[in-house]
Design a protein around this ligand. Structure first.
Ligand SMILES: NC(=O)c1ccc[n+]([C@@H]2O[C@H](COP(=O)([O-])OP(=O)(O)OC[C@H]3O[C@@H](n4cnc5c(N)ncnc54)[C@H](O)[C@@H]3O)[C@@H](O)[C@H]2O)c1
Length: 372
């Protein structure tokens, strides 16, 4: 069942496509007794008569893109066009079968330009491409006259943020980042607890994130430090953002180890001492967790006390989109602290097992799967 607005958006989408769906023109569209649109006169008025936003999506064939499609759908907006050099995008049918799809950037660009000239500009470009392409795709979105919603990490290096903020100013459009852990109920509760606790209290916080990636990871862009930023940037950026959001600015940032499949370090923040460990190696996951069939394990402890953090991840992209649409999205500048942290971790020389390190850092290291 469509809601009134979703049904409305479907009809508008069809009506707006005057090549394939001309039959919808010259008809009144009603919902119950209410006439929603008279297409014989209303085409230029779509954006005035309702709040529905037009989206374009870059990187539509990838793993995370369906979460963006669902978020666009759930917030009752419309995906008009999508682009990915790889054409395995049948998933679009589950959300926006009418969307135009391109495998060539130039045709995608031309299509968006044509839409703009025909009075149907793109309001938002969503960027789900590999990390090292984000800044180029954000620039493209801004220069097309759209706001941009970009996946994490928004860029690989802090100075990329400066350049994009300049283009924000030039174009008057905005760049928003998906920082979904800030919308997770357990993390919001943690931030409130720290904010309402004694101002001089320094907490001890342990962060453990163990997930599993097969050998494909090392063939893909994700296993290439120049394209993904490496494991701390690609897997860890959400956590560093969350840590500085909850506990304040970084005073000390030590890296104990950083290999192809794991990273460990110690952070001193204004309100916490943090030992952190991240891994993408299945072997590192505790046997008891593996026995349940799980391939991921997350644990965060505050002064030795476990904080429930196993679920609650399902609809965070939709929540992120809703925030942006409500004018409360996380602007690009809000990602700066985390991008500075991951850049520092990426470029640091690991010191080995010295000082206050995460207990799992002691586990034996593994060989890169492609190493002979
Ligand atoms: N927020 C989260 O929880 C979350 C989860 C996973 C990934 N991500 C982020 O989302 C982004 C995509 O990750 P993914 O896991 O979907 O990766 P993926 O490799 O599955 O998808 C990337 C897509 O980008 C496409 N692509 C490659 N080059 C392109 C180009 N020049 N122009 C346009 N598209 C291009 C690829 O064909 C692919 O379909 C990354 O930035 C990643 O860090 C975020």
């Amino acid at each position: 069942m469509y809601s009134a607005r979703t049904r409305w958006s479907h009809l508008i989408n069809k009506g707006a496509d005057n090549t394939n769906n001309a039959r919808y023109f010259n008809q009144n569209i009603s919902f119950g007794d209410e006439v929603l649109c008279d297409f014989s006169t209303a085409k230029p008025c779509f954006r005035i008569t309702n709040n529905m936003k037009n989206f374009a999506l870059v990187g539509a064939a990838g793993y995370v893109a369906p979460r963006h499609m669902r978020a666009i759908k759930d917030t009752e907006n419309n995906l008009i066009a999508a682009y990915d050099p790889f054409d395995s995008v049948g998933v679009i049918d589950s959300h926006f079968p009418e969307a135009a799809f391109f495998t060539e950037f130039e045709r995608f660009d031309r299509h968006l330009e044509k839409l703009k000239r025909n009075g149907q500009p793109i309001d938002y470009v969503s960027v789900c491409s590999p990390n090292y392409l984000h800044d180029a795709h954000i620039r493209f979105g801004l220069r097309s006259g759209a706001n941009v919603i970009c996946e994490k990490p928004i860029v690989l290096n802090p100075w990329n943020i400066d350049a994009l903020e300049e283009i924000e100013n030039e174009t008057g459009r905005r760049v928003y980042n998906i920082l979904q852990l800030r919308l997770h109920p357990s993390i919001i509760a943690l931030k409130e607890k720290v904010a309402s606790g004694p101002a001089d209290k320094i907490y001890d916080f342990d962060l453990t994130y163990l997930t599993s990636r097969g050998n494909w990871y090392y063939t893909s862009w994700k296993g290439d430090v120049h394209k993904s930023g490496g494991i701390a940037t690609n897997i860890g950026v959400h956590f560093y953002d969350m840590l500085q959001w909850v506990f304040g600015a970084v005073k000390k940032n030590v890296v104990h180890l950083h290999t192809h499949d794991r990273a460990a370090g110690y952070l001193e923040l204004e309100r916490a001492r943090v030992r952190w460990f991240l891994s993408i190696n299945y072997d590192v996951i505790p046997e008891a967790v593996k026995a349940t069939g799980a391939r991921t394990y997350r644990s965060i402890t505050l002064d030795g006390e476990e904080i429930e953090f196993s679920g609650g991840f399902f609809d965070l992209h939709t929540k992120s989109y809703q925030k942006v649409l409500d004018g409360e999205g996380f602007r690009i500048g809000e990602a700066r602290n985390a991008i500075e942290m991951v850049h520092a971790i990426r470029t640091a020389e690991p010191i080995g097992l010295q000082g206050d390190y995460h207990p799992l850092a002691k586990l034996p290291l593994s060989k890169h799967p492609f190493e002979l």
